[in-house]
Ligand binder design. Sequence first.
Ligand SMILES: Nc1ncnc2c1ncn2[C@@H]1O[C@H](COP(=O)(O)OP(=O)(O)OP(=O)(O)O)[C@@H](O)[C@H]1O
Length: 324
Amino acid sequence: MTVELIEITKIYGNKKVLDGVTEKIESGEFFVILGPSGEGKSTLLRIMAGIEKPDKGKMVVDGKEITNLPPEKRNVAMVFQNYALYPNMSVRDNIAFPLKMKGLKREEINERVEKVAGLLGIAEILDKKVTKISGGQQQRVAIARAIVRSPSYYLLDEPLSNLDARMRTVARGELKRIQKELKGTFIYVTHDQKEALSLADRVAVLHAGKFEQVSKPKDLYDYPRTKWVAEFIGDFPMNFLPGEVIGEKCQEVGFRPEWVSVGKGEYTCSVEAVEAVGDSRYLVCVFKGYGITILSEDYYDVGDEVRFEVNQFRKFKNGLLEEY
Ligand SMILES: Nc1ncnc2c1ncn2[C@@H]1O[C@H](COP(=O)(O)OP(=O)(O)OP(=O)(O)O)[C@@H](O)[C@H]1O
């Protein structure tokens, strides 16, 4: 189902945490809200869940306004960071709980629980106590419990954060597969850009109370609309130089560390620090008095002079991307 946010505003004390957030999330979309800590991601998700009320603005699901509906009337699935399973119950009873609350018949409950357990690969542990299964399995049970009711939309707040890095990558893949099978509208909050860029159909970057950019992951990386986004996205921030430094008639140019060729070209910079990643290295350099970072496949060390050329760049004016 489509989820529309219209001018959502939230004020705590004298701080405007959300300042008119507006966006239409399409049916079946995997929509990720990305932003640094404290920008209001969880607040926005709580408003979408109905746990919190906005000071201004509306929320519309499939054309129907639900701004003032409490969570239990919204048919929304929520998976939060600190999922709480019922420790005295089996996996099966945990997943079945929301259906029992709804008063469904036993056969229907069993059928739905088994279907969702199959989807999440936890069919074999249905009769175990939740205290006797691993953290990763508990996470899946929490997801299963949230999705078993066939909700209208799904809210996920950093649901994979207590898994280790390798498990997290596997779990991401599974989550994406589940979302496709369910054809669900997933709204997922994270501060982890790798997670956002690998999961999302579209990413919304939340900054200063607004969605500063809403784009496909690749566009967000290749065409950041503001300097702030360009510096926030990427292992290293985008490099910025006054246009004239590389002979361009514009206020500023921005280029990513890998948008250069190293070992040839008309420019020279000196290496101040090196960060090795796999078989490449980021060279943190000084170029004509400006700090830049470039990616090299060859070995360079601190103090070396490096030739390079810029293969592509973006033009910026007053902190905004010029039209492309
Ligand atoms: N109930 C509340 N009362 C007062 N201030 C709050 C309340 N909830 C959140 N805030 C403040 O609103 C801001 C946004 O908080 P929120 O938890 O939404 O951010 P976030 O982007 O989700 O951060 P994180 O990634 O760390 O969870 C913070 O400055 C926080 O201190």
